[in-house]
Design a protein around this ligand. Structure first.
Ligand code: 2U9
Length: 344
C-alpha cells in the first residue's frame, strides 16, 4: 500500500512538473486532490482496513495530501508570477512617446465682436435680451410701422413660412415684445443681438443669414443728443478714444427722424482711402428716434415718452476690425482663418 501511495506521489509530481498554465493546473488539482481523485477514493476505502493498520495508513494518506497540496501551492505561485510577468511585458507602454495635442478652439470673430459690443452696452446699463428667429408678420412688420402695403417692406426681402409666419428680417420684433412686457414701466434700455434672415443673393457684402445687434432706449425726455452721446461712447469703446461719430439724415419706417452713423475711417483715420471711398468716414450704424406710432402701438403714449433705437451688423464691424474683405469668409469655417483668432 505504501508503494502504491509512493507511485501516486511520484506520478502526481511528475505531471505537475509539466503544468505551465493556470487552466492545466486546475485540471491537475481535480485529478489528484478532487472529490473523484485516487487519493480521495483511497481515503474513503480506509474503513475496509483492519483497525491496526488504519492509523498508519491514515497518516500516510494525510502526508501525501499535504505534500500534494504544498506542491500545488508552490506551482500555482510560480505560474501566476510567470503569467503576471508575461502580461506586464506585453502591456508595456512607452511613456516617452509624445501625447496627442489637444486642439484648442477659438472664439469666432463674429462672436468676439458681439461679446465686445455686449460688454460696452452692459457697461452703460443696458440689458441683453434674445428671442425667436421664427416670428410673426405682426411683430416683424406691423408693430414696426410697416403695414402690408407699405413700400418699405420691399427693402427687406423676406423668407415667409406661412402667410403670418416668417424668418425675422431684423431683431426689432424683440424690442416690440420687450416694450409690451415692460409697459408701462420705464426706463427701457435693451440690447438685442441675434441672427436674422433676408432673401438676398450672397455676395462679398451680403448674406441671406447674418447677425444683427439692435438697441432700444425708452424713457421720458429721451432726445437725439442722448442717441448721439451713447453711440459716440460706443464708438470710442470699440475703436479707440480718438473716435468721433457723424450723423447723416436717413429713413427707416420705425424711426423718425432717422440717421446713419459714420465713424472716422479706421483705415486712414480720416485722410481718405479706398476703404472709405476717399470720404474719411465709414458707416457702421443705422439709428433714429423711435417713431411715435411704434411707441403708441406698444403701449407707450408718444406724448409722454420718447426713445431712440439703433442697429448694426457685427459682420461688417468684424470685417473692418480684422481687415476681412468678403463676408462669406466669416461663414466658411476655414480653420486657416479661424485659427488666427485663437487667443484674441
Ligand atoms: C423698435 C423701434 C426702432 C432699429 C433700427 C436701424 C436703425 C438700422 C440696420 C443696420 C445694419 C440693420 O444690420 S443692419 O442691416 N439697422 O439701421 N435699426 S433703427 O429701430 C427700432 C427697432 C425696434 C421697436
Amino acid at each position: 500500500m505504501k508503494q502504491e501511495l509512493e507511485t501516486l506521489h511520484g506520478k502526481a509530481l511528475q505531471e505537475l512538473g509539466d503544468v505551465q498554465d493556470t487552466k492545466r493546473l486546475g485540471d491537475w488539482r481535480v485529478t489528484y486532490l478532487g472529490k473523484k481523485s485516487e487519493l480521495t477514493t483511497l481515503s474513503k476505502q480506509m474503513g475496509q482496513l483492519d483497525a491496526e493498520s488504519r492509523p498508519a495508513y491514515g497518516q500516510m494518506l494525510n502526508e501525501l495530501r499535504q505534500a500534494l497540496e504544498g506542491a500545488f501551492a508552490t506551482t500555482k505561485a510560480t505560474i501566476e508570477e510567470a503569467e503576471q510577468n508575461a502580461r506586464l511585458a506585453s502591456e508595456t507602454i512607452d511613456i516617452t512617446l509624445p501625447g496627442r495635442a489637444i486642439e484648442v478652439g477659438a472664439v469666432h470673430p463674429i462672436s468676439e465682436v458681439v461679446r465686445e459690443i455686449e460688454d460696452v452696452f452692459l457697461g452703460m446699463g443696458f440689458s441683453i435680451v434674445d428671442g425667436p428667429e421664427v416670428e410673426t408678420d405682426h411683430y416683424n412688420f406691423e408693430m414696426l410701422n410697416l403695414p402690408k402695403d407699405h413700400p418699405a417692406r420691399d427693402m427687406q426681402d423676406t423668407f415667409y413660412i406661412t402667410e403670418e409666419l416668417l424668418l425675422r428680417t431684423h431683431t426689432s420684433p424683440m424690442q416690440v415684445r420687450t416694450m409690451e412686457r415692460m409697459h408701462p414701466h420705464v426706463p427701457i434700455k435693451v440690447l438685442v443681438p441675434g441672427r436674422v434672415y433676408r432673401r438676398d443673393e450672397d455676395d462679398a457684402t451680403h448674406s441671406h443669414a447674418f447677425t444683427q445687434i439692435e438697441g432700444l432706449v425708452v424713457d421720458k425726455g429721451i432726445r437725439m443728443s442722448d442717441l448721439k452721446g451713447v453711440l459716440e461712447a460706443f464708438a470710442k469703446a470699440l475703436f479707440g478714444e480718438h473716435q468721433r461719430v457723424r450723423l447723416r439724415p436717413s429713413y427707416f419706417p420705425f424711426t423718425e427722424p432717422s440717421a446713419e452713423v459714420d465713424l472716422v475711417c479706421v483705415h486712414c483715420q480720416g485722410s481718405g482711402c479706398r476703404v472709405c471711398k476717399e470720404t474719411g468716414w465709414i458707416e457702421i450704424l443705422g439709428s433714429g428716434m423711435v417713431h411715435p406710432r411704434v411707441l403708441d402701438m406698444a403701449g407707450y403714449d408718444s406724448e409722454i415718452y420718447s426713445g431712440f433705437a439703433f442697429g448694426m451688423g457685427p459682420e461688417r464691424i468684424a470685417m473692418l476690425k480684422y481687415g476681412i474683405t468678403d463676408i462669406r469668409q466669416l461663414y466658411q469655417n476655414d480653420l486657416r482663418l479661424l485659427r488666427q483668432f485663437a487667443g484674441v
